[in-house]
Design a protein around this ligand. Structure first.
Ligand code: ZN
Length: 203
């Protein structure tokens, strides 16, 4: 589950959100052209503006979702395991002596399997298939697009290799922000029907 914070005219309101609700929010944001960005904790922030019909002022609105258990450090070993699971043939295998995530060509050792599940980076569906959680996917996306240097002299780089240059440091930050928003939009667009169905059918 995610914690959801909605900022509106009267202040903030908080609630909880399921993975399917988070996907719905992000798809709606994509359709409406709202700015959204994945966060390192495995959440997302969505921002947009609207015109107040009474005062005609432009007001900022936002929704932030953060997993109840932040994804934490996604080190290379963890990212490698998650990438392997994301191929799509991962199953949860219960043997007399071990519980493991199994593939056609191998398996993840029991301790690592237990750790990935406890961190809620993966979930097992009712048919025994293993998939990445939305939090894991968002956390990986944010990890792949973090500021990797620069920030001075009008130049900065994203960890994916994207570079930004502009007249001021603030303008460079904005170019990087727009880049991160663009990759987040592409991520939401790329979520396929199979993954969406798996999320929605989760009990
Ligand atoms: Zn990037």
């Amino acid at each position: 589950m995610f914690r959801e914070t909605i900022t509106h005219a009267g202040g903030d309101s908080n609630g909880t959100a399921s993975e399917s609700h988070v996907l719905m929010l992000m798809r709606r944001a994509l359709n409406r052209g709202y700015r959204m960005e994945a966060t390192r904790t495995g959440g997302a922030s969505i921002r947009w503006t609207r015109v107040d019909l009474t005062t005609h002022a432009v007001v900022l609105r936002s929704i932030a979702v953060e997993p109840e258990l932040p994804v934490g450090d996604l080190d290379l070993a963890t990212r490698t395991l998650l990438a392997r699971i994301d191929v799509g043939d991962a199953r949860y295998a219960v043997h007399p002596d071990r519980y493991v995530i199994a593939f056609e060509d191998g398996e993840i050792p029991p301790a690592e399997t237990a750790r990935l599940r406890a961190r809620r980076l993966v979930v097992v569906d009712t048919r025994g298939r293993v998939r990445l959680t939305m939090a894991a996917r968002l956390g990986l996306l944010a990890h792949d697009h973090r500021q990797a240097g620069g920030g001075i002299d009008g130049f900065a780089m994203c960890s994916c290799g994207f570079t930004a240059s502009a007249a001021t440091g603030e303008a460079v930050d904005e170019v990087l922000r727009i880049h991160r928003q663009s990759v987040t939009a592409q991520f939401v667009e790329s979520i396929d029907a199979t993954y969406a169905a798996a999320i929605t059918s989760r009990r």
